[in-house]
Design a protein around this ligand. Structure first.
Ligand code: THU
Length: 147
């Protein structure tokens, strides 16, 4: 799967966005280690804070079905009803959720400002000096948990 293919999946995922408040539609396509792509979109709420970003929707769909190994995510966004025309970088909360399930030295975040113009980043460059699961678990605890 090329970066442009994954961006195409994110553009398709964006069609599902529910963004009546911000009018900003975001799509994400999360590539797992088996080659399966998980779509996510932003889902807003009248109470505002319960809203979910596209990236986390994609991760939570995959993790809720037992998938824990990922290669890359493509993210695109822009005003509802318009084609993408600018970069849409993941928010800090979504970067931290990626950090929970991905090796920041390997996991790639692919952005696009058109269907064919992409930029790829390593998660460690978007979230330097990060805090992750291994910072909490002692070697003994990890062994017990089978990690
Ligand atoms: N949003 C995402 O879904 N992902 C991002 O990377 C940036 C922001 C959503 C949240 C909210 O529904 C809307 O875009 C405006 O912030």
């Amino acid at each position: 799967m090329t970066d442009i293919d994954l961006v195409g999946e994110a553009i398709a995922a964006r069609e599902g966005a529910y963004a009546p408040y911000s009018r900003f539609a975001v799509g994400a396509a999360l590539l797992d280690s088996t080659g399966k792509v998980w779509h996510g979109c932003n889902i807003e709420n009248a109470a505002y804070t319960p809203g979910n970003c596209a990236e986390r929707t994609a991760f939570f769909k995959a993790v809720s079905e037992g998938v824990f190994s990922f290669e890359a995510i493509a993210v695109v966004g822009g005003p509802v009803g318009e084609p993408i025309g600018d970069w849409c970088a993941p928010c800090g909360v979504c970067r931290q959720v990626m950090r929970e399930f991905c090796d920041p030295r390997r996991f790639r975040v692919v952005l696009a400002n058109s269907p064919t113009v992409t930029r790829g980043f390593l998660l460690e460059d978007l979230l330097p000096m990060s805090f992750g699961p291994e910072d909490l678990s002692s070697p003994a605890q990890s062994a017990e948990a089978g990690a």
